[in-house]
Write a protein that binds this ligand. Structure first.
Ligand code: ATP
Ligand code: MG
Length: 296
């Protein structure tokens, strides 16, 4: 029987959807007392409505910087960021952010944390509470509404952070290694949870991760950033990779040959074969002397 799934047709449909988020020749240089340090250069990017884009790249390739610039949280970037074709001038309700470090207010309960955004946006108490409960239910935590952040597990805290971002009903959600600090089981549960959310609410997601399985499993397309090298002074767009797997995704797909091929390819893009190792002359002499046992 022939496979009815046609990746080319799926990506043609994706690219036919309107562009919600666009970067045009974006660059960012950090200025410090020791001079300037370029973090990103020539970033051109288009993200389509309801797209799930993941971002991978070596440490220091500018992933977090890019997320902040796209979200409008960085006033010092060059180039243009557009949402629905309109230039972004600062943060806005239509864009939400979830970080790796749990960023809940410790002095507010779970419910209070999630109500915060709607209250700031002018909702009344009852309305904010109803909305917060709705999003807590969506992440499966309504039963913990009255707890304090310190009474939650890491995974639960991160789910509250997601509910809090969603309660503002952003159209674009940026997530910077949101599951990076979690154990593998919580991570897999939250991945499934997030895919479910994304499938059911009209949201576009830009998701940064170091985990290639996660990057593939979640994404329509993967943005691979390159670290500075001989030809680039700063982080740059190495490639935008389409994930040729059907949706909805299931964790068993990690065993699919197409999945494994893609993982190998991404690995090759991120970790070039000739990655520099520590030159011998940089290892302190006393350590060499103490190494002793032959570990080859
Ligand atoms: N506030 C800052 N001031 C100066 N340089 C910075 C600042 N923030 C980041 N950088 C530099 O910009 C470059 C990109 O940093 P960024 O945090 O965006 O990388 P990243 O890809 O998110 O890395 P990681 O995977 O380690 O989180 C790095 O060289 C970093 O040292
Ligand atoms: Mg980062």
């Amino acid at each position: 029987m022939s496979d009815p799934f046609d990746p080319a047709a799926r990506f043609a449909r994706l690219k036919a959807r309107p562009v919600v988020l666009e970067a045009r020749d974006v660059a960012r240089v950090y200025e410090g007392s020791r001079g300037s340090s370029p973090a990103l250069e020539h970033i051109d990017l288009q993200v389509h409505r309801r797209e799930f884009m993941t971002v991978v790249g070596p440490s220091g390739s500018g992933k977090s910087t890019l997320a902040r610039v796209l979200a409008g949280l960085d006033a010092h970037a060059h180039g243009e960021v557009l949402v629905d074709g309109q230039p972004v001038r600062g943060p806005g309700r239509d864009r939400g952010m979830v970080f790796q470090a749990y960023s809940l207010f410790p002095w507010r309960t779970v419910l209070g944390n999630v109500m915060f955004g709607p209250l700031m946006n002018g909702a009344g108490g009852d309305e904010a509470r109803a909305k917060a409960l709705q999003y807590l239910e969506l992440v499966g935590l309504e039963h913990l509404a009255d707890r304090w952040p310190h009474q939650l597990s890491g995974g639960q805290r991160q789910r509250v952070a997601i509910a809090r971002a969603l309660a503002n009903e952003p159209r674009i959600l940026f997530m910077d290694e949101p599951f990076g600090a979690l154990d593998p089981h919580s991570r897999a549960t939250l991945q499934a949870n997030l895919l479910d959310l994304w499938f059911n609410i009209p949201i576009t997601i830009v998701f940064i991760t170091h985990d290639l399985d996660e990057a593939i499993l979640l994404a329509d397309r993967i943005l691979v950033l390159g670290a500075p090298d001989e030809s680039h002074r700063a982080g740059w767009v190495r490639e935008i990779v389409e994930v040729p797997l059907p949706v909805p995704r299931r964790v068993e797909m990690t065993l699919d040959p197409a999945f494994r091929t893609l993982r190998d390819r991404l690995h090759g893009l991120i970790h070039p074969v000739h990655a520099p190792t520590v030159p011998k002359e940089r290892i302190p002499v006393y350590r060499m002397a103490q190494a002793g046992d032959d570990v080859r």
